[in-house]
Design a protein around this ligand. Structure first.
Ligand code: ATP
Length: 307
């Protein structure tokens, strides 16, 4: 079976900036795939190369077996990309924009019913006649999603689709995307919201500095973090006056009497932490432990916060 997206040894430089350093990756058909990485990791460059918007210096990329350079039209026919930036033509209505886009892909009148169902699925029906410039940011984002899907592509890439979208809208967008996935579409998602990737994606690739630094199932990635660290939040009756070196090295954050410790599961125990605090005369009023989430795994792998 053809892979949904096959990326092989892709190199890209912008002058001095080496944006992609021999990037290789395969997304299988039907996957819900997460592509994560800090700002500047190269995610958008990679997506633009897959969409045929940016030229790679060397390497090879195909969508459902169609080379994105030599067989651009067919690869593009199978691909829908929701861009990160809100780029739109302010003079058209929502329905006009979707009809024009359908026309680009050789789908004229027969796309009317599909456009109606996209509008309905994205809760845009009552905005169909509205001018793009009159819509809120969240609504514009929904139109971009509809625009990317108007030619019924099998593979859908969403680049930060929920950036700047409020929580309520975000969850209805996810319901829509989940339904697409259930219908058999391959979904590739880039996001800064790790909890979204954690709850939606089956496999996750983590990029840093133009390279792939991890590619695994969500469970295995989480297990890597869980195996090494856990977070312990302690609330003390009084803030500590002085913290000895041995404890200070384990601290993630201090906010008055509330301290977060990161413990290494191989060498630290919660009991020894509690003992250490008691020896300092601290009265513990609350203690919570948390397993590592993707954010911890990400920090461990890249040494950086996500945004
Ligand atoms: N058109 C361009 N000209 C010059 N440099 C660029 C261009 N586009 C991207 N870059 C640089 O290439 C690197 C990768 O950028 P890219 O936008 O692909 O990263 P990203 O992972 O998508 O980041 P973000 O999460 O901020 O979108 C960065 O150092 C960026 O500054």
């Amino acid at each position: 079976m053809q892979a949904a997206i096959h990326i092989d040894k892709v190199e890209k430089r912008y002058g001095e900036v080496h944006a992609l350093k021999g990037m290789s990756l395969t997304v299988e058909r039907g996957e819900f795939f997460g592509l994560l990485g800090p700002n500047g990791a190269g995610k958008s460059t990679l997506i633009n190369i897959i969409a045929g918007l940016t030229r790679m210096d060397s390497g090879q990329v195909s969508v459902l077996g169609h080379d994105v350079v030599h067989d651009y039209r067919r690869s593009r026919q199978h691909l829908g990309v929701v861009p990160q930036e809100l780029v739109y033509d302010p003079f058209f209505t929502v329905r006009e924009i979707l009809q024009i886009q359908a026309g680009y892909f050789g789908r004229g009148k027969q796309s009317r019913a599909w456009i109606d169902s996209l509008l309905e699925g994205l809760k845009l029906t009552d905005k169909a006649g509205a001018n793009m410039r009159a819509l809120s940011g969240g609504m514009k984002r929904r139109v971009l999603i509809a625009q990317a899907l108007v030619h019924k592509p099998e593979v859908v890439i969403l680049d930060e689709p929920t950036a700047g979208v409020d929580v309520e809208l975000r969850s209805s967008l996810w319901e829509f995307v989940k339904a697409l996935h259930k219908d058999g579409h391959t979904i590739v998602l880039t996001t800064h919201y790790l909890e979204e990737a954690e709850s939606l994606c089956q496999r996750i690739a983590i990029m840093n500095d133009g390279q792939l630094i991890a590619l695994d199932s969500k469970e295995s990635l989480l297990a890597r973090g869980v195996g090494k660290t856990c977070t312990v939040s302690v609330t003390l009756a009084q803030p500590l006056v002085q913290i000895p070196e041995a404890l200070a090295t384990k601290i993630r954050s201090v906010d008055g009497g509330h301290i977060e410790f990161i413990l290494n599961r191989d060498t630290d125990t919660i009991i020894s932490l509690v003992d250490g605090l008691r020896k300092l005369g601290a009265e513990i009023v609350d203690l919570r432990t948390e397993d590592a989430d993707l954010e911890d795994v990400f920090m461990e792998l890249t040494g950086r916060q996500v945004s």
